[in-house]
Design a protein around this ligand. Structure first.
Ligand SMILES: Cc1cc2nc3c(=O)[nH]c(=O)nc-3n(C[C@H](O)[C@H](O)[C@H](O)COP(=O)(O)OP(=O)(O)OC[C@H]3O[C@@H](n4cnc5c(N)ncnc54)[C@H](O)[C@@H]3O)c2cc1C
Length: 394
């Protein structure tokens, strides 16, 4: 059984964010996913990576960085087009292509803080899928505490010389440009971090293993090594030593994107469960005839509806430029937790089939787990929220 798009949106709360144009774009994205991604996803999971051609195809129909302005080669759409792509991939259980990292994490940094020359050189290629982006913050000895990174960038003759190591980098095997967090002032903690756009054909850059993960098997995730890589100062994003503040701004977008993916993934799991339990026979009826099945699904559906409404509220705030770090943290915390709960409880109704990775629910269960870790662990979200709540009591 392949990852099938959910049969209906019956469990989804009525939504008012999207226009007719967004819905047309959604139909195109859905067709592309059905025809070009779903049939091949299992083989990419075995390979541990998605072919580059898929990126070019996705670029051709506007699925990459859809909100990049026209002057940099994009369609100049609003962020709702990005939302559509995230939702359609999630609804179909397509976890392999790292489009979200590319469009929600790398593109936005370059657009917001890259020089005009850097934007003109990289963004059009990223939109077309000819160049792939990754974001490298995490290191073997520093993840949640990003102020602790050790990758060093030393200024020498209009270049930074970068030495260090990153780990768990999504798109790491494929990427052509890596937005990399480096220490430019090791004595200054968070105020000593800068972001450099590092081109992967530079001398001294190398990729380590494609890491073997429990889920998201088709998405390449790598170690990256920097051994005296010379990076032109013009490739610095924004001001020197302002990288941490920039990361805090853009992490809100990444976390909202994760919430959008989680809300949609949870809806899809409920749809699959209603469909499956309505036809699977046991004890003279169907699994859906058991009150237990109906009540568990009903309870989850109520929670997922609330999650959807909150996510849409956050999207609307984001579009107005008013989404706070706290609200993004709340959305990520709440919805990634709920997503994991939904796929776990729904899997139960599939019995043994639910444990077989050929069933979408099994893969959804495995794939969802990372969302409570990556992009900031759940505990870090709780810390961000509680810091705000208790700030006046210190
Ligand atoms: C599949 C995958 C893809 C990833 N992609 C990327 C990527 O593209 N780019 C990138 O830079 N990074 C990426 N990451 C890294 C990810 O963001 C980190 O794994 C995450 O931030 C946690 O850091 P860590 O693994 O070092 O865990 P640690 O920081 O060591 O934390 C371990 C655990 O300690 C607990 N903890 C940590 N801090 C606190 C706290 N303040 N209070 C209470 N408990 C706490 C949490 O339970 C946490 O899970 C990816 C990770 C995975 C697994």
């Amino acid at each position: 059984m392949t990852h099938a798009p959910s049969p209906s949106n019956a469990l989804t709360a009525a939504r008012s964010l999207f226009s007719e144009e967004h819905e047309q774009f959604r139909q195109g994205a859905r067709r592309f996913i059905e025809n070009e991604l779903s049939p091949h996803h299992a083989e990419w999971e075995k390979a541990g990576v998605v072919p580059r051609d898929v990126w070019r195809q996705a670029g051709e129909i506007g699925l990459l960085c859809p909100n990049i302005p026209e002057e940099y080669g994009g369609a100049g759409g609003d962020w709702l087009y990005n939302v559509v792509v995230i939702e359609e991939l999630s609804r179909a259980g397509i976890s392999g292509p790292g489009f979200m990292v590319h469009s929600e994490m790398v593109g936005p940094y370059i657009l917001a803080w890259g020089s005009d020359e850097l934007k003109r050189r990289w963004l059009p290629k990223m939109v077309r899928g000819e160049a792939i982006g990754s974001l490298a913050i995490t290191e073997p000895s520093a993840g949640s505490d990003a102020t602790n990174i050790r990758t060093r960038a030393v200024l020498e003759d209009e270049h930074y010389v970068v030495s260090g190591q990153k780990v768990y980098i999504s798109n790491g095997q494929l990427s052509d440009i890596v937005v990399t967090a480096c220490k430019t002032d090791p004595s200054a903690g968070a105020r000593g971090v800068s972001l450099l756009a590092i081109e992967t054909n530079a001398d001294g850059f190398s990729r380590g293993r494609n890491l073997d993960k429990i889920g998201n098997k088709a998405q390449d995730t790598s170690e990256l090594f920097f051994d005296g890589v010379r990076v032109p100062v013009a490739n610095r994003l924004g001001e020197e030593n302002r990288g941490f503040a920039m990361m805090m701004t853009k992490l809100a977008q990444e976390r909202l994107a994760q919430a959008v993916r989680g809300a949609t993934g949870a809806e899809a799991a409920l749809d699959w469960t209603v469909e499956y339990t309505s036809s699977r026979k046991a004890f003279g009826g169907t699994i859906a005839d058991f009150q237990n099945t109906r009540f568990v699904v009903a309870g989850l559906s109520a929670e997922v509806t609330a999650a959807r409404v909150f996510t849409d509220w956050c999207i609307a705030r984001f579009l107005e430029g008013k989404l706070t770090t706290i609200d993004a943290a709340k959305a990520k915390l709440l919805i990634t937790d709920l997503h994991c709960k939904v796929v776990d409880q729904c899997l139960q109704f599939f019995g043994g089939y639910g444990y077989m990775t050929e069933y979408p629910i099994a893969r959804a269960f495995i794939d969802a787990r990372v969302t409570r870790i990556a992009g900031g662990a759940a505990e870090v979200m709780r810390q961000i929220i509680s810091n705000e709540l208790f700030s006046s009591r210190r």
